[in-house]
Design a protein around this ligand. Structure first.
Ligand code: NAI
Length: 522
C-alpha cells in the first residue's frame, strides 16, 4: 500500500512530524508511546491481546495525572499528549505511519512475522524500529523486502525516565535510516548512541563483568555479599552487584548472561556463574521472591559491612622507617594523609610497586596478584578510584604474614583515610578487577566497531547509571599512577588461566602508548 504523505514524512529529518505506530502495549511499548506523544507525535498503539492497548492508554492517563499533580507537567500538555495516543484495533488502522516501533514479545520468529506483515501494510519508505534487547537486527531483517529500513531502537526501562537509546544497525540497515532514528531519539529528549548489532549491543555487553566479577568472588568465598557491595558502592555505583542482581531478578539477569555467552559461541569471558544458577534453581530470585543474596522478608535486618573495632585503632609507629613507594596521584594522596597524621616518611618515587612499607612489612596497592603471591609480610589493598575519605576499601593479607602485620595493616589503611574491609586473599580484590574488566569489555566493543569510546561512556552512564564511563575510568586510573589495567588483567590471567581475563588488543595498545609517553617524559 502506498501513501504519498508517508513517503514525504520519511525523508531525512521529517520523522519528527511522523505519525508513529507502537506495536506491543506492554511495559516498554506504553513507555515509548508516552515519550512519543509527549514529543508531539500522533501515536497509534496496537497490541495482539484484545483490550491491552486501551488499558495501556488508561494507565498512561493515570501517569499523566500524577505528573500534573507533582507539577512536572501542565494539565493542558497532559491532556494533549493523552489525546494524541490512539489505541487501534488492527495494524491496518495505522498503515499511514512513517515510523513503527515494535515492542512485542522477545521472540525471533514472532518478530519476523510481524515485520513481514508490516511490510505488506506500510509504505516502502516507512522506518521500522525494533526495541529488541537481545535479538540480532540482521537476523530480524533476513526475510524483509526492504531490510535497509529496519533499525534497532533500544530503550531502557522505565522508558520515560531512562535517557539512553541505543540505535542499532544490522548488516543491511541503511545508514540514513539509523541517522534518522538517532536524530528522532535526540528530539524526544534522549541521548542516542549508535551501535552495531552484536550480542548485548553496548550496555548489556559491557555490563556483564559488573555481575560476573562479584559472582566469581562469591564462588571463591572472598567475602560476604554486603562487603563486596560496600566496596563497589564506595566507588560511586548506586548499588553493589549483589543488591542490583537481587533487584533485576536472578532469572532475568542469568538469562541475559546466558544469551550473551551463547551468542558469543561460548566464549569463556562471558561464562555464567554457578552461584547464580543455584539461586535461580532454588527460586531465590531476589526481591520479587523475597530472598536472593539478601532477605527481603518483613522485619529482616540488612547486614552491614563493618570492620572490626580493633582494625580502626591507631597503628603502632614504625620501629625503623616508613617508606612511601611509587609515584602519581595516589601516592601524593597517601603522602598528604601521612603528613596530616604527623608520620615522618621517606619516599622511593622509582619503586616498582605502589604503597607503604612499615619497617619490613608492605601494604601494597593491588597489581592483580594475591598478597601471598607478592610476599610473606604483605597486605594488599584495592584500587581507591575515588578521592573521598572514609570510603570502604577491600584488603587482604598474605597467607604467610605474621599475626602482628595482619593486625597492623588495616590500622594503617584507616590512618590513610579508608574504611578497611578484609577479604580472603583473592587477586585484584573487588574494585580493581571489576573496573579493569568493564574497561576491557568496553575496549573490545570499540575494537570490534560496535561503538565508539564516547558512545560506550554515555551508554554506561545513562543505560545503567554508572558513576563514570569505562574510558573515563581508564583515564582516572592512569592518572592515579597505579599499575595499568591491562597488566592487572594479565596478572589475573596468570593466576586463573583461561580466557576470562584476556586483554583486548585495544586496551593493550592504549597501555603501550601510555607507557611510551611516560618513558619519553622522564
Ligand atoms: P511485555 O510482556 O510487557 O509486553 C509485550 C506486549 O506485546 C504484550 O502486551 C503482548 O500482548 C504484546 N504482543 C506479543 N506478541 C504480539 C504480537 N505478535 N503483536 C502485537 N502485540 C504482541 O514486554 P516488555 O517488557 O514491554 O518487552 C517488549 C520488548 O521490549 C521485548 O522485545 C523486550 O526484549 C524489549 N525490552 C524490554 C525491556 C524491559 O526492561 N522489560 C528493556 C528493553 C527492551
Amino acid at each position: 500500500m502506498t501513501n504519498p504523505q508517508a513517503v514525504t514524512a520519511a525523508t531525512p529529518g521529517t520523522l519528527r512530524q511522523a505519525r508513529v505506530l507502537v506495536v506491543g502495549a506492554g511495559i516498554m511499548g506504553a513507555g515509548i508511546a508516552q515519550v512519543a506523544a509527549q514529543a508531539g507525535h500522533r501515536v497509534a498503539l496496537f497490541d495482539a491481546r484484545d483490550g491491552a492497548a486501551s488499558q495501556a492508554r488508561e494507565r498512561l492517563g493515570a501517569t499523566f495525572d500524577t505528573l500534573v499533580a507533582k507539577g512536572r507537567l501542565q494539565a493542558a500538555q497532559a491532556a494533549d499528549a493523552l489525546a494524541r495516543i490512539e489505541p487501534v484495533p488492527s495494524l491496518e488502522d495505522a498503515a499511514d505511519c512513517a515510523l513503527v516501533v515494535e515492542a512485542i514479545v522477545e521472540n525471533l520468529e514472532v518478530k519476523r512475522e510481524l515485520l513481514a506483515r508490516l511490510e505488506q501494510l506500510v509504505d516502502e519508505q516507512c522506518v521500522l524500529a525494533s526495541n529488541t534487547s537481545s535479538l540480532s537486527i540482521t537476523a530480524l531483517a533476513r526475510d524483509m523486502k526492504h531490510p535497509g529500513r529496519l533499525v534497532g531502537m533500544h530503550f531502557f526501562n522505565p522508558v520515560p525516565l531512562m535517557k539512553l537509546v541505543e540505535v542499532v544497525s544490522g548488516l543491511r540497515t541503511s545508514p540514513r535510516v539509523a541517522q534518522q532514528v538517532f536524530e528522532l531519539a535526540q528530539a524526544w529528549g534522549k541521548t542516542a548512541v549508535h551501535a552495531r548489532s552484536t550480542p548485548g549491543f553496548i550496555v548489556n555487553r559491557i555490563a556483564r563483568p559488573y555481575y560476573a566479577e562479584t559472582l566469581a568472588l562469591l564462588q571463591e568465598q572472598a567475602g560476604p555479599p554486603e562487603v563486596l557491595d560496600a566496596c563497589l558502592r564506595a566507588v560511586g555505583f548506586r548499588m553493589g552487584a549483589c543488591e542490583l542482581m537481587d533487584l533485576i531478578g536472578h532469572d532475568t539477569n542469568f538469562a541475559v548472561t546466558q544469551a550473551v555467552y551463547e551468542a558469543n559461541f561460548f566464549d569463556k569471558r562471558f561464562v555464567p556463574s554457578l552461584v547464580q544458577r543455584d539461586l535461580v534453581d532454588g527460586g531465590l530470585l531476589g526481591r520479587k521472591s523475597g530472598r536472593g543474596f539478601y532477605d527481603y522478608a518483613a522485619g529482616a535486618v540488612a547486614p552491614v559491612a563493618q570492620p572490626a573495632a580493633e582494625d580502626l585503632q591507631a597503628p603502632r609507629a614504625p620501629a625503623t622507617r616508613l617508606l612511601l613507594a611509587g609515584s602519581g596521584a595516589l601516592v601524593e594522596r597517601i603522602a598528604s594523609a601521612l603528613r596530616r597524621a604527623d608520620q615522618a616518611f621517606e619516599q622511593d618515587l622509582r619503586a616498582d610497586w605502589c604503597g607503604l612499607q612499615v619497617d619490613d612489612a608492605r601494604l601494597c596497592l593491588s597489581d592483580g596478584r594475591s598478597a601471598t603471591a607478592m610476599g610473606a609480610e604483605v597486605a594488599v589493598f584495592d584500587l581507591p578510584l575515588r578521592d573521598d575519605s572514609g570510603l570502604a576499601l577491600a584488603w587482604s593479607a598474605s597467607a604467610d604474614a605474621s599475626p602482628d602485620w595482619v593486625r597492623q595493616a588495616p590500622r594503617w589503611l584507616h590512618l590513610l583515610g579508608w574504611l578497611p574491609l578484609r577479604l580472603r586473599d583473592v587477586p585484584g580484590l573487588v574494585v580493581a578487577r571489576t573496573i579493569a574488566m568493564l574497561i576491557n569489555e568496553a575496549a573490545d566493543a570499540v575494537h570490534q566497531g560496535v561503538c565508539d569510546e564516547d558512545a560506550a561512556d554515555h551508554a554506561m552512564k545513562l543505560g545503567v547509571n554508572y558513576p563514570a564511563g569505562p574510558f573515563e575510568w581508564l583515564a582516572r586510573w592512569q592518572r592515579l599512577g597505579a599499575i595499568d589495567p591491562a597488566e592487572l588483567l594479565d596478572a589475573l590471567d596468570r593466576h586463573y588461566r583461561g580466557e576470562r581475563y584476556r586483554v583486548s588488543p585495544l586496551l593493550r595498545d592504549r597501555a603501550r602508548s601510555v607507557a611510551r609517553a611516560a618513558h619519553e617524559a622522564r
